[in-house]
Ligand binder design. Sequence first.
Ligand SMILES: Nc1ncnc2c1ncn2[C@@H]1O[C@H](COP(=O)(O)OP(=O)(O)OP(=O)(O)O)[C@@H](O)[C@H]1O
Ligand SMILES: [Mg+2]
Length: 279
Amino acid sequence: MGIKFDNVSFEYPTVNEKVFAIKDINLSIKPEGELIAIVGHTGSGKSTMIQHMNALLLPSNGDVDVFGHKVVKGEKLTPIRKRVGMVFQFPEYQLFEETVEKDIMFGPLNFGLTKEEAKEKAEEVISIVGLDESFLPRSPFNLSGGQMRRVAIAGILAMEPDILILDEPTVGLDPQGQIEMMELFLSIHEKYNKTVILVTHNMDVVSEYANRVIVMKKARLVFDGSPVDLFGNEKLVRDYDLDLPKYMKIMKVLNDKFDSKLDETVFNLEDLVTELKKL
Ligand SMILES: Nc1ncnc2c1ncn2[C@@H]1O[C@H](COP(=O)(O)OP(=O)(O)OP(=O)(O)O)[C@@H](O)[C@H]1O
Ligand SMILES: [Mg+2]
């Protein structure tokens, strides 16, 4: 169960010649326990790929299966949208209700909850995203950017998706806001054992949080494995034209400077210190 792609390709209907935005993608995602980062150059197909995961786009070729529902025209797509929650880039632009509470209640009401139940849901999820109930009566448009983004994420969580997908969720936040946002996803992943999938250009996010990384290159899925297997392989990093996580960059400089052979595949400060002690 979960999400399964079987040779999935997609081409946008354009006036010019047809180009595949994703091509022959095979993957399988479990409904729990995964924290997946999707990386790759701009235009490589990341957003197109994730939009297939909750049936916002239907494949031109191949099969997408989401929790046993085949994603095809005519099939009921609501069950899919409920189980796979999607948070777009800059989700704060999608807020539209006059209060935070109404905004969060919108999805649950659409999926058939009563007003009372939706209200309770709003109270529950507002604290999950690190805000408190005093935000509920406020206008979503008088909040800071980071708070607005949290409200938008609360609105998705209120629908109780099994899998949460976020497209570049830390873009535009200050460094502290980025850390808080990532800690939020980590807690959703750990506390509720939900699979979280995020598209990111930040290799520190990949190395510090993800347990699986998918690399897209020119519409193809070219790597699917652990961050250690990716960043520990210099050839892959070069071939995929990826940046290195910051601690690995530091280790490289140190090895150069001291002509040492310390392990460079280091993802956090503690491991960096452990390596340094060997000098
Ligand atoms: N609505 C659209 N109509 C036509 N072509 C599109 C559309 N959206 C994306 N494309 C094309 O599909 C390809 C993949 O785009 P996609 O948005 O999936 O890339 P991405 O990896 O998410 O890039 P980024 O990192 O910039 O967000 C690109 O060549 C892009 O120009
Ligand atoms: Mg994108």
